[in-house]
Write a protein that binds this ligand. Structure first.
Ligand SMILES: CCCCCCCCCCC/C=C/C(=O)SCCNC(=O)CCNC(=O)[C@H](O)C(C)(C)COP(=O)(O)OP(=O)(O)OC[C@H]1O[C@@H](n2cnc3c(N)ncnc32)[C@H](O)[C@@H]1OP(=O)(O)O
Length: 395
């Protein structure tokens, strides 16, 4: 089919999206204390100077908060154009500032002063003092990230959309993995909030057509996909999936790059690529045949056979299955024990196990992404996405 025709059909998808405006997620709220107003300009300037003297790096999330509050206090509401999708750092800064909405300058100034004062007291106290356990990291809109017992937990958090991965979530996951690779955790865990682990790629990702048209959209999508999967290939610490419910599409394929996959007996594993006019990604065209043998990989990746947790275990994709009633308790007890193992030994072991395949995995990822770039422009794919968006079809 001619590209012009496809553009028109994708444009109609876009209209459908406008109609279904409930697909949008609420704006990020940064939870900064709002104590009594009244920090003077002098207090504010002094706080700005104190930030430079902090003994301990406060971490990226806090730096983003400080940036946003500073901009709000000095310039008012966010007034610059949103950076491009792939300008990750400036986009994170812009998002943090923009999330402050119409917060008055005076409140932002006070919140900045309060935040710096809190940082100073924690920075000044002895390094023996343990950071507050299970502290939620701010700055993420689609994820909830917590750190406790040397475990960084990344929870996909769009339960109303079955944790479908929109472009923002792909980007936030990349940022979260980058941060987790450098923090003091020993292992990193992915899980989902609500009844699903994840329903895979958010099909509304296909709808926002940029000025460059569908080809540009597909090209950007392929770059995003490639960068996203690269982060999993390169992740240096043990990576664990706690699959709390059904998993679909890309949330299943990347499991081949995880080091442990624990599943509730409620979980299912489904890669309906042919149904969607698409092809495998996440390196699954290589990892799945290797893990489960060619015959079973073909059933999943070409014919879209949905596996139960027990079947996924039998085929080696899942490490262990737990009854849903005791899933959380059993899994977290296990993970807390593992997280006490020596960090460097685990990291180096992972390197030895995974490094000789890395180059190959990067090449496979590049190839799968470029094939999908073409697929997304196909009639088969456009029809499948339109069917879903017009509520005619589900998996
Ligand atoms: C060219 C552009 C490229 C863009 C960027 C690309 C980036 C990389 C792409 C990598 C390739 C990945 C491929 C895949 O992951 S393929 C798998 C895609 N997933 C699906 O096809 C699942 C679709 N969803 C369903 O079939 C059903 O929703 C599901 C069976 C999962 C659950 O059904 P149930 O009846 O229990 O619940 P609802 O359908 O009512 O869902 C509740 C709400 O959630 C919305 N939802 C669910 N899943 C998705 C999804 N994947 N994308 C978008 N929205 C989703 C659903 O619409 C409901 O919303 P409303 O309450 O608003 O109606």
């Amino acid at each position: 089919m001619a590209v012009v025709g496809l553009s028109g059909r994708l444009a109609r998808c876009y209209c459908l999206r406008a109609v279904r405006s409930s697909l949008r997620v609420p704006a990020l709220q940064l939870h900064v204390s709002k104590t009594a107003m009244g920090a003077s300009q002098k207090d504010f300037e002094s706080a700005v100077n104190q930030v430079k003297l902090l003994k301990k790096d406060p971490g990226n999330e806090v730096k983003l908060k400080l940036y946003a509050l500073y901009k709000q206090a000095t310039e008012g509401p966010c007034n610059t154009p949103k950076p491009g999708l792939f300008d990750l750092i400036n986009k994170a800064k812009w998002d943090a500032w923009n999330a402050l909405g119409d917060l008055p300058k005076e409140t932002a100034r006070q919140n900045y002063v309060d935040l710096v004062s809190g940082l100073r007291s924690s920075s000044d106290s002895s390094s023996q003092v343990k950071p507050e356990a299970d502290k939620k990291q701010a700055g993420y809109e689609t994820l909830v990230i917590t750190s406790e017992d040397h475990i960084t937990k990344i929870m996909l958090n769009r339960p109303a959309k079955k944790n479908a991965l929109n472009t923002q979530m792909y980007q936030e996951i990349m940022l979260a993995l980058e941060a987790a690779s450098k923090d003091d955790s020993t292992i990193t865990v992915f899980t989902g909030s609500g009844d699903y682990y994840s329903s895979g790629n958010d099909l509304t990702n296909f709808t926002d057509i940029p000025p460059g048209g569908v080809e540009e959209k597909a090209k950007n999508g392929a770059i995003l996909l490639r960068d996203f999967v690269d982060c999993f290939i390169d992740f240096p610490k043990p990576l664990v999936a706690v699959v709390n419910g059904p998993a679909v599409g890309i949330s299943v394929t990347v499991l081949g790059l995880f080091d442990l996959v624990y599943a509730s007996d409620r979980a299912t594993f489904h890669t309906p690529f042919s149904h969607l006019g698409q092809t495998p990604e996440g390196c699954s065209s290589y990892t799945f045949p290797k893990i489960m043998g060619l015959a079973k990989a073909v059933e999943m990746l070409i014919f879209g056979k949905k596996l139960t947790a027990g079947e996924a275990y039998a085929q080696g994709l899942v490490t262990e299955v737990f009854p849903d009633s005791t899933f959380e308790k059993e899994v977290w007890t296990r993970l807390k024990a593992y997280s006490k193992l020596p960090r460097n030994a685990m990291r180096i072991s992972k390197q030895i196990i995974r490094n000789h395949e890395k180059e190959k995995l990067h090449a496979i990822n590049a190839e799968e992404s470029s094939i999908l770039q073409e697929r997304w422009l196909s009639d088969e794919c456009v029809n499948a996405v339109m069917n879903f968006l017009s509520q005619k079809a589900k998996l």
